[in-house]
Design a protein around this ligand. Structure first.
Ligand code: FAD
Length: 456
């Protein structure tokens, strides 16, 4: 519809947060307009979660082909065919995109193509058309931060260009050791590049439990991924052959490509938010515990607000706002209970508090770090790592932290344990299937309950 109209809910941005709100609101009987300037699905579907995980899966296949002799299989690994990798990745994204488009349509949601702007506390304008909403949801998401660097798209790139590489660079410096930097470092290395990660803080994945970060650093070192930790970046110069990256302290690194992965900032400028009284906090839209902005009936979700920048957080927040508007009084989202996964090789996955955070909150804790060396399935996969469980002394589990190939899937159970405030002795009662990696969770809880099985 190019003519505007009046709706129960007008949503600006159709990424994870916006489209989840649209679907839930329409389920609850609301008339919904969903405004998108680019493609339904947003960052996660088109330039985030899905395409990166496809690149990582190709990386896993490459590693398996390269190391096939470990498993007694003769294969002749001839390298990476980037057009083939990209075709596979695009096939996955396109299929999901078609599915999502059909889903949105089947809900009777009015999709508006174009760039919208908040032009009043109850309206969004797209071109000349005004969309009036009894409720408004801001969900314009985030974009890569660039530190003011000149992103030329070839020698200095962000994740968006890294997803479209036509050939594998011989060498890459990855600026930033957070989730996105670590995942791309893992991909580049499996594809055969020389990789160095530069991180200003003392550890890779600085938000994870320190013991997990240290294990990741060891695993990466073994894979030949280099890193400069606690080393702030200073500047970058492009040269004939690539880039020259200067670090504080005088060191400099030469490479074909610099991938800038220092985080993502909200897309909030020039969209009329402040003009209409919406309060901003370092560029993010400030919200209360109901995700309400404090202005009229305007709410905000996803990467635009200062909560965890994850697709599943966007989904949860979108659903929460739709239910809130419908008067269902949904329970608040427990952000500590949201699983966090880095899909590198090895994977890192966690839910709940880190050791440091548990101490900071004043808990007296007990911990058990179960080494995957004792887990049969992990030996079959030839992966190293651990499952660490932190519990309150004589109380429930406070955090689960895992590292190893494929451990991301184990967060499903870690999340239930954490969110149900289970006692280690209760989890120890659960019979885990053998041989699976989930047994490592079982073993850790058996040990915490005072009856260790496969623990020295
Ligand atoms: P977005 O998905 O950014 O959507 C915002 C939408 O608003 C966009 O479609 C944009 O075009 C539109 N828009 C903006 N301004 C306007 C306007 N004025 N008018 C109309 N439309 C507008 N998260 C995970 O949980 N798991 C992962 O594995 C994962 N991997 C990632 C990998 C990468 C490389 C990146 C970059 C991110 C990854 N994320 C991952 C994060 C995830 O993509 C985001 O948290 C999620 O997309 C946020 O959803 P959102 O709806 O807030 O914003």
């Amino acid at each position: 519809s190019e003519n505007g109209g009046t709706f129960d809910l007008v949503i600006l941005g159709a990424g994870s947060g916006g489209y989840a709100a649209a679907i839930r609101a329409s389920e609850l009987g609301m008339k919904v307009a969903l405004i998108e300037k680019n493609k339904l699905g947003g960052t996660c579907l088109h330039v985030g979660c899905i395409p990166t995980k496809a690149l990582l899966h190709s990386a896993e296949v490459a590693d398996a082909a390269r190391d096939s002799e470990t498993f007694g299989v003769k294969a002749d690994f001839q390298g990476i065919d980037m057009p083939g990798v990209n075709a596979y990745k695009d096939k996955v994204v396109n299929r999901m995109y078609r599915g999502l488009t059909g889903l949105i349509k089947s809900h009777g949601i009015t999709v508006v193509e174009g760039e919208g702007r908040l032009t009043g506390p109850d309206e969004v304008t797209v071109g000349g058309a005004v969309y009036k909403g009894a409720n408004i949801l801001l969900a314009t998401g985030s974009a890569p931060k660039t530190l003011g660097l000149d992103i030329d798209g070839e020698k200095v790139i962000t994740s968006e260009q890294a997803l479209e590489m036509q050939s594998v660079p011989a060498s890459v410096v990855v600026l930033g050791g957070g989730v996105i930097g670590v995942e791309f470092a893992s991909v580049y290395r499996s594809y055969g590049a020389e990789v160095t990660i530069v991180e200003a803080l003392p550890h890779l994945l600085p938000l994870e439990d320190e013991s997990t970060s240290k294990q990741l650093e060891r695993a990466f070192r073994k894979r030949g991924i280099k890193y400069e930790l606690g080393t702030p970046f200073e500047s970058v110069k492009t040269t004939d052959s690539g880039v020259s990256v200067s670090l504080k302290g005088g060191k400099s690194l030469e490479a074909d490509v610099l991938l800038v992965a220092i985080g993502r900032g909200p897309v909030s400028e020039g969209l009329g938010y402040e003009d209409n009284g919406v309060r901003m906090e370092r560029g993010f839209v400030a919200v209360d515990e109901n995700l309400h902005t404090g202005v009229g009936n305007i709410y905000a979700v996803g990467d635009l607000i200062p909560t965890l920048q994850l697709a599943h957080v966007g989904f949860a927040e979108g659903i929460y706002v739709a239910e809130q508007i419908a008067g269902l009084n949904p329970p608040a989202i427990d952000y500590d209970g949201v699983p966090r996964i880095t899909y590198s090789e090895p994977e890192v996955a966690s839910v709940g508090l880190t050791s440091a955070k548990a101490k900071e909150k004043g808990y007296e804790t007990v911990e058990l770090d179960y080494n995957l060396g004792g887990n049969g399935k992990s030996q079959i996969l030839q992966t190293q790592g651990s499952v660490k469980v932190i519990a309150q002394k004589d109380g429930p589990v406070l955090g689960v932290h895992m590292i190893g190939s494929r451990v991301g899937e184990l967060t499903a159970e870690g999340q239930l344990i954490y969110n149900w405030e289970a006692l280690p002795s209760e989890v120890a009662q659960l019979v885990h299937p053998h041989p699976t990696q989930s047994e490592a969770l079982g073993e850790a809880h058996l040990a915490l309950a005072g009856k260790p099985l496969h623990v020295h």
